[in-house]
Ligand binder design. Sequence first.
Ligand SMILES: Cc1ncc(C[n+]2csc(CCO)c2C)c(N)n1
Length: 225
Amino acid sequence: MSDYGKAFALWRADCPEAWRAYTRHAFVEGMKDGSLPEAAFLHYLRQDYVFLVHFSRAWALAVTKAETLSEMKAAAATVNGLVNHEMQLHVETCAKAGIGEAELFATEEATANLAYTRYVLEAGYSGDFLDLMAALAPCVMGYGEIGARLGTEATSDAYAEWIGTYAGDEYQQICRDVGALIDGALVHRLGADYTLSPRWARLSQRFATATRLEVDFWQMGLTPA
Ligand SMILES: Cc1ncc(C[n+]2csc(CCO)c2C)c(N)n1
């Protein structure tokens, strides 16, 4: 497993079944062997565009919840990357597949999508930077782990572009950077022995809940309306 930091490794180990259900979901295995129907992938992409709108808002909230300039810079850079690059990539991928911007922007948000993004935003609204990071971590690191595995295990090139994005060095570095951001934020607020803090169990629970919501998101992808 790649090194995405200490807190991530502990949180991941705390919810092994949910983590496995997320990172080895049938949707993921379908991208690996190319058996995932294109309709499911396009349905997922359209929903993911809406997901990224709210995910960008969550990272923007992290800018306001930051307590150091380096946290602020990291969160602001993520907002910039999401809004000015990743979302554009979705627009282009959908355009190539015949889904125009008007149709993309008119996508009706699926309830699994709604549940996940609002859960993450609420973690940030009601909690602090750590609550927000624990809820955001499964998304960032999970795709890193899935990408890295499919990068070596894929037996079809049907979804090579998607896999390449997350398997690539650039994205793998983002996962390591976010891992370091989280570890530093924990030490800054709770001290070096942060796992002994009364807050630790709650943070681990947030990570597990967000992981379960990722499972539901893949499942939603498998069932185009
Ligand atoms: C449902 C869902 N979960 C995770 C991601 C991955 N992801 C979301 S934003 C981002 C950039 C770094 O914060 C990455 C990698 C996704 N696209 N859709």
